[in-house]
Design a protein around this ligand. Structure first.
Ligand code: APR
Ligand code: PHB
Length: 392
């Protein structure tokens, strides 16, 4: 069976869905191919901090209503060190900018609903997706649905299929360059139906390792602790998790912590990764397919946002004005911002975690970095402008 579209999008995560919705609103035909069911995609618990630019893109995609009603605007967060807790005033250091705390699961649900409302073409449970003739003017995608092999002819293919997807792997190895850093620890995360311990996030550095207090709503909390890569979820009962979390937080925070049964518990390894270039012929990579950050700076989804923003405008310029400058510059422009998000995520990870192999000199530098941060308006401004998101 053969079909045709202008833009074939591989991956129905936030990147693919957002681009699909934005293009549809501009009358650009597209099809999203997703390997899993909608329920599976919505079952994944992921981070929950959206920068201003991403929130704006949600509104432009006509998907911002619930985010604006239920998401919380945060104008600051805390950094704790041992028993000390200091606030980073994002608004004061960025001329009034802030972030929106709204779960990625909810955001993805909003995008799916918006796509369904416009009869957007999102095909689930596709198998064996393959990309063909990427260097030609007539690239195409094939996939299997049951016994049928379906071919989609496209003008452009967008690889928004996450870190484990097929799109990046379709770039020949003599063209593709991959940069990777794997950290020697992971984050054990717990979601619980408890009142968040702090109205604003608390990033905590302690001698026992890093901890983070985050939230999804006033009745749903998300907490994390740094754990060795050798640990598994089974090693951590709920009680053991709460005990360890309390030991890593300042006393006043630990004493106020409301505990309860975990609704979800998982371990995520920390990794930094970038693939270059982000264009091969008429295929463009976006989001996790091209880059991953450790979650410390809350940059994951926000790095995907600028890719989508650049691609959206580049494709609109192509179809509406016959102007290909945006497409031609995409890889270079997207990578320039991505590397800044990589740098910031690496810096925040290095600042706050306990590294098993660090020498006394490294530890002194880490302490000095934190002291400098809270003694310098310039350093705080740098942290704040990166956390709320650099301009697109
Ligand atoms: N064919 C079709 N779909 C695929 C394939 C494939 N071969 N491989 C993977 N997928 C799908 C996955 O099932 C997933 O739903 O692509 C989607 C990619 O979604 P994400 O991994 O969420 O990536 P992205 O949309 O770029 O979102 C970036 O997600 O991981 C977080 O920190 C990250 O917040 C950031 C955001
Ligand atoms: C989360 O709420 O899951 C979260 C928040 C901030 C981070 C990472 C994760 O930096």
């Amino acid at each position: 069976m053969n079909t045709k579209t202008q833009v074939g999008i591989i991956g129905g995560g936030p990147s693919g869905l957002m681009l699909s919705q934005l293009l549809h609103l501009k009358g650009i035909d597209n099809i999203v191919l997703e390997k899993h069911s909608r329920e599976y995609v919505l079952g994944r618990i992921r981070a929950g901090v959206l920068e201003h630019g991403f929130a704006e893109l949600m509104r432009e995609a006509q998907c911002g209503e619930r985010m604006d009603a239920e998401g919380e605007i945060h104008e600051g967060f805390y950094v704790a060190e041992g028993n000390k807790k200091r606030r980073v005033d994002l608004a004061a250091h960025t001329g009034g900018n802030s972030v929106v705390v709204y779960g990625q699961t909810e955001l993805t649900r909003d995008l799916y609903e918006a796509r369904a409302k416009l009869n957007g073409k999102v095909i689930h449970n596709v198998e064996d997706v393959k990309l063909h003739d990427l260097k030609s003017d007539a690239p195409h995608i094939t996939y299997r649905s049951g016994d049928d092999v379906i071919r989609i002819d496209c003008d452009y293919i967008i690889g928004a299929d996450g870190f484990h997807g097929v799109s990046r792997k379709s770039i020949p190895s003599d063209v593709l360059r991959e940069y990777e850093k794997v950290y020697p620890f992971g984050w054990l995360g717990v979601l619980s139906r408890t009142k968040p311990v702090s109205p604003e996030l608390v990033y905590a550095k302690s001698d026992r390792g890093f901890a983070l207090c985050s939230l999804r709503s006033q009745v749903l909390s998300r907490y994390y602790i740094q754990v060795p890569l050798t640990d598994s979820v089974e090693d951590w009962s709920d009680d053991a998790f709460w005990d360890e979390l309390k030991k890593r937080l300042p006393d006043d925070v630990a004493n106020a912590l409301e505990t309860g049964p975990s609704i979800e518990k998982s371990i995520a390894p920390l990794r930094s990764f970038v693939a270059e270039p982000m264009r091969y012929g008429n295929m463009f990579l976006a989001g996790d397919a091209a880059h991953i950050v450790p979650p410390t700076g809350a940059r994951g989804l926000n790095s995907a946002a600028s890719d989508i923003y650049y691609l959206y405008h580049a494709l609109v310029d192509h179809y509406e004005k016959g102007d290909d400058t945006g497409l031609d510059n995409y890889s270079e422009k997207a990578l320039a911002r991505i590397w800044k998000a990589q740098r910031f995520s690496w810096w925040m990870t290095t600042l706050l975690h306990t590294f098993p192999d660090s020498i006394a000199y490294d530890q002194k530098l880490q302490q000095t970095d934190l002291q400098y941060l809270f003694s310098s308006e310039a350093a705080l401004t740098s942290l704040a402008e990166n956390y709320v998101g650099l301009p697109f």
